[in-house]
Design a protein around this ligand. Structure first.
Ligand code: HEC
Length: 205
């Protein structure tokens, strides 16, 4: 628990440093992944209601990227009981889905790995204090074959914009634009580079 808190504070720090240094300012769409400054603080029920009102539209939007690995991701097991604010993904409300291949995502013990073919998908919604609500980016991790990309622990990172355009893919299009993903996820190398869900949002807690 303490360890996880440490990692999250550490990541927040790393993120702020990146943000301050303008690493994230390369996007043409300003809202792409700059942290929003005034996220609304919502009770779980309200966050859920907002997400449910948008989720079909979001699936259609991301679908424009035509990535087979994301097909029907909203039908995969969901590991959080309500959308939660992710300081490290632009202060947006996010969800954590994992496909069936990633069967041990929720129970991973130190040193264990997820199998090849595991896909983790984190969709996001922006909700500001002023009541602006709109879909955000989709953050994706795919576990590649062993040895496919040792520098990133064999993970591929992809970011898809709400309109289905590809922001970047570490194994292809604009790879340098998403290299920062692994730089941060490296903090949890002992959990196969996954952070999992904040304690109070874990399904069943
Ligand atoms: C500054 C740190 C940081 C950066 C940069 C970052 N992440 Fe994350 N990521 C986290 C943390 C912390 C979590 C878990 C808690 C949360 O959702 O905020 C997470 C969770 C995830 C998850 C769910 C799997 C897991 O780790 O449990 C995916 C998928 C993901 N991130 C993808 C990405 C992608 C793709 C990028 C780059 C476009 C990215 N992340 C950039 C810190 C980061």
């Amino acid at each position: 628990m303490l360890l996880r808190l440490f990692f999250i504070s550490l990541s927040t720090l790393v993120f702020s440093t990146f943000a301050a240094s303008g690493v994230f300012a390369q996007s043409s769409d300003e809202d792409a992944h700059l942290a929003i400054e005034n996220p609304a603080d919502l009770p779980k029920e309200e966050a859920l209601r907002i997400y449910e009102s948008l989720q079909k539209r979001m699936a259609r939007g991301y679908g424009g990227a035509q990535l087979d690995l994301l097909l029907n991701y909203q039908d995969w097991p969901l590991f959080n009981d309500a959308p939660y604010i992710s300081a490290t993904h632009g202060q947006r409300y996010v969800n954590s889905y994992a496909n069936r291949m990633a069967h041990n995502y929720g129970t991973l013990q130190e040193g264990e790995k997820l199998p090849m073919g595991s896909v983790l998908a984190k969709d996001s919604v922006t909700v500001t204090d002023e009541g602006n609500i709109h879909p955000g980016a989709l953050f994706v991790m795919e576990k590649l074959a062993e040895g496919a990309n040792p520098e990133t622990g064999d993970w591929r990172y992809i970011m898809v914009m709400p309109d289905g355009s590809l922001f970047g893919d570490t194994m292809g299009f604009r790879a340098p634009a998403v290299a920062y993903c692994h730089d941060c996820h490296e903090a949890v190398a002992d959990r196969d580079y996954t952070f999992f869900v904040p304690e109070e949002y874990i399904v069943g807690n």
